[in-house]
Design a protein around this ligand. Structure first.
Ligand SMILES: Cc1cc2nc3c(=O)[nH]c(=O)nc-3n(C[C@H](O)[C@H](O)[C@H](O)COP(=O)(O)OP(=O)(O)OC[C@H]3O[C@@H](n4cnc5c(N)ncnc54)[C@H](O)[C@@H]3O)c2cc1C
Length: 391
């Protein structure tokens, strides 16, 4: 049996559900498929969203989805703690399973048809990347889908990208080991905590509160220099961390992979639009991908409708995103290049430079000058902002 549709969305995470909702709302015949049995499980996320991105959303997130508010972030490296609060630094914790389910239900409510336990396994396309047929594996056997537009929202290990010829995607990603932990003695539950050091090669470790005594605790790595489990153990040995986590109990694992570099050269190939993690649509340095996935998913769904009704070209997708989030992506790309180079270094001075950049004490313009300063000089500059005595 061949299923025909206007829009096939592969993946029902934040990007896919948002795209399916936007496409279905216009009246296009939209199908979204996910290989999972249940939306949102397993959670592979630290479950925090920046408040500054909320105004960009195409729809309101209900208050009950915002389970915990944090006013600021405390950054740590080489024994120095710098706190920032308000504006860019305030966030909400969310329950990723619940929000993913809510987003998928919105898409269904708008008229999109969801097929779970349906895995995209192959694509047939012509030389211009125009997909003519998608092959999916379901519990009832192999099915073929003939879409006019494919929206690839299948995440960091995207099968769509793989079928379009992009391989070795893991080389462009970072790995995160993360656990939800309970029974913690958080020194400031309304602050997120971010740690830079050798325990998180090229990246950072975090404690992101979910309540007064519960948090997602994780370690990310960009370079596979040592096993992440060892990195996690080293992170837990930092006295400031140990004090808070001493009685901690692991509740559930939420580890996964996140894109760091672009996985492909463009966001549009033939009749395929890439969105969310498959398009590396997240903001560095924190690799925030949930809200950008929802915002870009909405644009992808609307672009698909405009293309099908011959109002516009799919190429408009990139320019619409640029209009909405262009400045943020530019800044993020620029910061990534610098952070990546710094992160490769084994010199502890680089921890201090990254601390200053993360906490916005140093500006990107200063970076060349900072290279000439030694470890002690940098530490003295940052020590002025140190708030370590608060614990
Ligand atoms: C440990 C960790 C912590 C993170 N913490 C945060 C955070 O705190 N805040 C934040 O903003 N971002 C965070 N991120 C990033 C964020 O989770 C992603 O950017 C976001 O999930 C991207 O959404 P998406 O819809 O593109 O992809 P996903 O959420 O990965 O959804 C992709 C969907 O596609 C499905 N799929 C995959 N392949 C197929 C196939 N072949 N056929 C059918 N279905 C398929 C999958 O089952 C999945 O449901 C974190 C990432 C990790 C790994």
């Amino acid at each position: 049996m061949i299923i025909e549709c206007d829009v096939l969305v592969v993946g029902a995470g934040p990007a896919g559900s948002s795209a399916a909702r936007a496409a279905a709302k216009t009246g296009t015949n939209t199908i979204f498929v996910d290989k999972k049995k249940q939306i949102g499980i397993p959670v592979q996320c630290a479950e925090t969203i920046g408040e500054y991105l909320i105004p960009y959303l195409p729809f309101k997130i209900p208050e009950e989805q915002l389970i915990w508010r944090t006013d600021g972030i405390s950054f740590w490296a080489e024994g120095i703690t710098i706190e920032r609060s308000g504006g860019l630094w305030s966030s909400y914790a969310i329950n990723r399973e619940k929000i993913d389910k809510w987003l998928a239900n919105n898409a269904i409510g708008a008229g999109a048809k969801l097929y779970l336990e349906t895995e995209l396994i192959d694509l047939e396309f012509n030389e211009n990347y125009h997909v003519t047929k998608a092959i999916v594996k379901t519990g009832a056997g192999i099915r073929e889908i003939k879409p006019k537009v494919v929206i690839a929202a299948d995440g960091v290990h995207s099968k769509v990208l793989n079928k379009l010829g992009f391989t070795n995607l893991k080389d462009k990603c970072g790995e995160v080991v993360s656990f939800e932990m309970d029974n913690l003695n958080l020194y400031k539950p309304t602050y997120e905590q971010l740690y830079i050091g050798d325990f998180a090669p090229g990246a950072y470790a975090y404690i992101f509160p979910l309540s007064k005594s519960r948090a997602n605790v994780g370690v990310a790595s960009l370079f596979q220099t040592k096993k992440l489990e060892r990195c996690y153990a080293e992170f837990l040995e930092i006295p400031k961390v140990k004090k808070q986590l001493r009685n901690g109990e692991k509740v559930v694992e939420k580890s996964g992979w996140a894109p760091i570099h672009y996985l492909a050269d463009k966001w549009v190939y033939g009749n395929v639009l890439l969105v969310g993690d498959a398009a590396n649509q997240n903001f560095k340095p924190f690799v925030e991908g949930i809200l950008p996935a929802i915002i870009c998913g909405d644009i992808a769904g609307k672009t698909a409708y405009n293309f099908i009704t011959e109002r516009n070209l799919l190429g408009d997708y990139q320019s619409c995103i640029k209009d909405k989030l262009g400045e943020l992506f530019l800044e993020s790309d620029h910061l990534l290049d610098i952070l990546y180079e710094l992160g490769k270094s084994l010199d502890k001075k680089e921890h201090l430079v990254r601390l200053g950049l993360f906490a916005n004490v140093f500006s990107l313009k200063e970076i060349t000058k900072l290279n000439f300063e030694d470890y002690n000089a940098l530490k003295r500059r940052l020590a002025d902002r140190d708030s370590s005595e608060i614990i």
